[in-house]
Design a protein around this ligand. Structure first.
Ligand code: ADP
Length: 507
């Protein structure tokens, strides 16, 4: 099968978060399973490639303007073809989506061009059997396809799949955006892109895509509820028979304590002595006293945003620091949390250290050197760091939500089984109680070692998840709407999703 990934970021060319990791890992695994895969990305300033021209000039209308970006790349890595949309005015910028003062004001136009160019690319450069889109930045792919391109005989038979990596980011714009990106006013309707008086790209794509996926089984259920649905729960419920949760895999060639080049000593479940060396090194690197390795180090690597549960950490800080432990934190994001950690480190210089940065090497050192990994997220579509932590024998302490719930097995005091520690209620009391439980187990070395051994044996590689995506692509192909029918279907009409769902069952 020929699978086209259209994504706003992908490792090793661009990354701001877990989405970049997925677009780095999944295509390679699909290629390893024997499929032909192409990945279409924007060429950002930080994208390090040879810009070999593949197509010198696509004609891409963006509102009233006609733009002529080129396609560059065309090379293969580990069996995957990579192409990049090259429009320096839109993408040769300091960051991917915005700077310190917020999102770039022309993000709608930038990603409208990118999405429309992806459809032209699928017609002119690399003809796929399925198109797999990711998050709001590529939401206009299924929307353009079902509206402006509905009668296109080349595109109509190609099903679209949208993966929601984080429902918290929807691409919300004022009404006038429709004209600016060249979409008809008729889409400003409750059954299409209208959302409380504004235009919502992700909503439109949830309704227009053939299939939806999200990145864990638990999150697929959560986003259908008011608590986690970010206002889109009703629309998602409407498409529930076309939604599947497929857990992200992780790249163990990059995240494995037996081979990790970033850490001072390699180690395995059989011989954990290197982990002590890493712990000592981590404390030194962070300028914390390293004389007592018998007390646990709690690690934290994250974007500093509300989603990750930092309000709980703020609330619980005094109680946490009353315990005999040390904390190392790496992250950047909201100034309020950057300031909080800086202040905490200033007040507890022997116990807390923070690095406000994005630093991959340091992230590896924390995974290896810490004993516990803290991830108390308010919501977590999948989460990668807790999965890395398992492999590094750094027991995750997580809130039971989304992918955290799917990947961490809670310690069971009766049987001693589990791979980490979990709490349910989003309260600082629940967090502190869970931490105390973990510290209780820390006091029993044999019990701790058993949990580590179990955590390190868990396998979340891409293989299983990639196989599930292949079945989905096959279902999507079988249930694709014939061109003639697609042309007469409004995006988002309940009838369209019912009709295609029925044909999928028949298939
Ligand atoms: P999200 O996508 O919500 O940020 P994930 O856990 O899915 O969260 O993925 C985060 C990815 O970004 C992981 O690979 C993690 O190691 C990395 N990361 C996050 N913050 C930092 C940081 N400050 N320095 C280095 N890596 C980071």
């Amino acid at each position: 099968m020929r699978i086209l990934f259209v994504a706003p970021e992908g490792v090793p060319f661009s990354k701001t978060g877990g989405l970049g990791d997925v677009v780095g890992g999944l295509p390679k695994q699909l290629a390893a399973l024997g499929h032909e895969v192409a990945v279409f990305l924007p060429r950002y300033r930080g994208t390090k490639i040879q810009p070999t021209v593949v197509h010198a000039s696509l004609s891409v209308p963006v509102g009233r303007e006609l733009r002529f970006p080129s396609v560059v790349g065309g090379f293969k890595q580990e069996g995957v073809r990579y192409d990049f949309l090259d429009d320096p005015e839109f993408f040769d910028r300091e960051a991917l989506y915005g700077g310190p003062s917020g999102d770039y004001p022309d993000n709608a136009e930038r990603f409208a061009e990118f999405s429309r160019a992806a459809l032209e690319y699928a017609k002119l450069v690399w003809r796929p059997d399925v198109i797999h889109c990711h998050d709001w930045q590529t939401a206009l792919v299924p929307i353009f396809k079902q509206s402006l391109y509905a009668a296109d005989p080349l595109l109509a038979p190609i099903p679209t799949i949208l993966t929601i990596h984080n429902l918290g980011y929807q691409g919300l714009f004022e009404r006038g955006v429709l004209g600016r990106v060249g979409l008809p006013e008729s889409l400003f309707s409750i059954d299409a892109m209208e959302f409380y008086g504004r235009v919502n790209f992700l909503k439109g794509a949830i309704l227009a895509s053939d299939w939806l996926t999200t990145v864990s089984r638990c999150y697929a259920g959560e986003i259908q509820t008011e608590e986690y649905g970010c206002g889109l729960e009703g629309v998602i419920r409407k498409r529930a028979n076309r939604l599947v949760g497929i857990l992200n895999g992780v790249d163990y060639s990059a995240w494995n304590p037996e081979t990790d080049a970033f850490i001072l000593a390699r180690y395995s479940a059989e011989d954990l002595s290197g982990k002590q060396v890493c712990k000592h090194n981590l404390l030194e690197e962070f300028g914390l006293p390293a004389g007592r390795l018998d007390r646990p180090v709690v690690g934290l690597i994250s974007r500093f945003v509300d989603q990750k549960g930092f309000d709980l950490v703020v609330e619980a800080a005094e109680e946490i620091l009353a315990e005999d432990l040390q904390i190392v934190a790496l992250g950047a994001g909201m100034p309020v949390y950057e300031e909080f950690f800086r202040n905490l480190a200033a007040h507890y210089p022997e116990k807390v250290a923070v690095r406000v940065a994005y630093d991959n090497a340091l992230a590896h050192k924390i995974e290896a050197g810490a004993d516990l990994f803290l991830m108390p997220s308010r919501y977590e579509p999948c989460g990668l760091n807790q999965i890395y932590s398992l492999r590094y024998g750094t027991l995750p302490l997580v809130r039971a939500t989304g992918g955290l719930d799917d990947t961490v097995e809670p310690y069971d005091p009766k049987t001693g089984e589990g791979t980490g520690f979990k709490f349910d209620d989003y309260t600082s009391d629940a967090l502190v109680a869970c931490l105390r439980q973990a510290l209780g187990v820390w006091g029993d070395l044999a019990a701790w070692r058993r949990l580590q051994a179990r955590a390190m044996s868990r396998d979340f590689s891409w293989r299983a998840s990639a196989t599930r995506y292949v079945s989905l692509y096959q279902d999507a192909q079988r249930s694709r709407i014939p061109a003639a029918a697609a042309a007469s279907v409004d995006i988002g009409s309940g009838d369209a999703s019912r009709a295609s769902a029925e044909s999928s069952r028949k298939g």
